[in-house]
Design a protein around this ligand. Structure first.
Ligand SMILES: *[C@@H]1O[C@H](CO)[C@@H](O)[C@H](O)[C@H]1NC(C)=O
Ligand SMILES: *[C@@H]1O[C@H](CO)[C@@H](O)[C@H](O)[C@H]1NC(C)=O
Ligand SMILES: *[C@@H]1O[C@H](CO)[C@@H](O)[C@H](O)[C@H]1NC(C)=O
Length: 385
């Protein structure tokens, strides 16, 4: 048996798709996969929202997730070409659950007057309700249904409704990803009703996911694994699924996908609503630095734009929002927090180098491999003639 006749078809199959998806960003399809940023618009006194929209556009950000949206901010993104994910504050969940007209009122103030000039795509009913008040979880599925129905009554059918979980409060374990589950205490009461709703309405699962926090909590995780560094020994194998992981982000995303599959939901899209790396942290957090933040954001964007998905899901995450545009406390004019996650200084200049444009820099081992494979494929096709 010669190598070329036996091995060619599976090799072709395996390598063709990664190669193909590398060419997608080059051919100018910016929405696949989408990268955005989280914007805490609580303090508009520092920057006019129109100015923020302009800056996001110049940074090539296609999407913004607006925490605590107010009408002026939503209006500022009219005709900007930037898609919006809006969060409804946790405090409004009980009233939205109790009476649909409360949901309708919020939508009449924040969505109806601006849509579709402001390209609102998703509304998250609350953010990490388990953290702010577990009591809210009882109201959540009902509030989501009311927001969805109220949107339809306003004639808006293309805005999807979801809620945002956080990895730490929702998922039992990250490793191995195939063994991940939803926390037992919330699976029946909260997660399943939410997943039922998402499946029925074609909506996505929203999750805040921080490799930084997992890295901090587990001394066995090498820093390079958390920072997308491509080094020969930077991998972990999931013995149960037989899959190899080269970065912690994919481990966490696949843990979410495994947990959903175990609960019986196979193809709900995943949106990472927050991920990032702090430029400053608490005492002894030496990894909270400009250098590492730059490596994380740069590695994340390159990984996403490569379009190779995660080991368990070829299409990967649907959207990812870097946390966050400005440091929280300087933006609100208060005392500076120990933690700084912002990618911009208050004067709107970049804190460190990043590039959301999606220009593919195929380099290092990947680039050489792809070129060799392309040559090999061409040659073997020639030989077959
Ligand atoms: C919901 O609120 C509306 C307007 O405030 C009110 O007319 C209606 O009676 C309320 N419905 C229920 C079930 O409380
Ligand atoms: C969900 O998407 C599928 C396929 O795109 C479509 O056939 C279906 O009607 C959609 N369902 C809803 C509720 O939008
Ligand atoms: C913006 O602020 C940063 C940090 O305060 C400073 O280092 C930088 O020089 C400023 N840039 C401009 C153009 O003002």
């Amino acid at each position: 048996m010669s190598l070329s006749t036996v091995n060619l078809p599976p090799l072709l199959f395996f390598f063709y798709f990664p190669f193909f998806s590398f060419s997608l960003p080059i051919s100018g399809q910016p929405s696949n996969p989408a990268v955005g940023v989280t914007y805490n618009s609580g303090a508009t006194h520092l920057h006019r929202p129109e100015r923020v929209a302009t800056v996001l556009h110049s940074l090539n950000l296609e999407r913004v997730r607006i925490q605590v949206p107010n009408p002026d901010v939503i209006r500022a993104f009219s005709y900007s070409g930037i898609s919006l994910l809006l969060s409804i504050p946790n405090s409004l969940i009980p009233e939205m659950a109790s009476n649909q007209s409360n949901a309708q009122r919020w939508l009449s103030d924040h969505v109806f007057p601006f849509y579709p000039r402001s390209r609102i795509t998703t509304i998250s009913v609350g953010n990490d309700v388990l953290d702010s008040s577990p009591r809210l979880a009882n109201f959540l599925p009902h509030a989501m249904r009311n927001v969805h129905e109220a949107l339809h009554k306003l004639g808006i059918r293309k805005v999807s409704v979801s809620t945002t979980f956080s990895f730490g409060n929702a998922i039992t374990t990250a490793f191995p990803p195939s063994a991940a589950q939803f926390q037992e205490s919330i699976t029946e009461s909260l997660v399943k009703p939410v997943l039922d709703f998402l499946a029925a309405t074609n909506s996505s699962f929203l999750i805040n996911l921080y490799p930084y926090k997992l890295y901090r909590s587990d001394p066995e995780i090498p820093i390079g694994f958390a920072l997308f560094q491509e080094q020969p020994f930077n991998f972990r194998d999931d013995m149960m699924s037989g899959v190899r992981y080269r970065n912690l982000f994919d481990v966490m995303v696949d843990a979410v996908i495994s947990a959903m599959e175990l609960a019986g939901y196979m193809d709900i899209p995943v949106i990472v609503t927050e991920t990032g790396w702090p430029t400053r942290g608490g005492a002894n957090e030496v990894e909270a630095s400009m250098t590492y933040a730059e490596m994380y954001v740069d590695g994340l964007v390159r990984h996403l734009k490569a379009g190779i998905g995660t080991p368990l899901r070829r299409e990967g995450v649907a959207e990812t929002y870097v946390f966050e545009l400005f440091d929280k406390d300087t933006e609100q004019g208060g005392a500076e927090s120990e933690y700084q996650w912002g990618i911009l200084y208050p004067n709107m200049t970049k804190k460190y180098g990043f590039d959301f444009s999606g220009s593919v820099r195929v380099g290092g081992i990947d680039g050489v491999l792809i070129i060799l494979l392309a040559c090999w494929l061409l040659l073997s096709l020639e030989w077959k003639r």
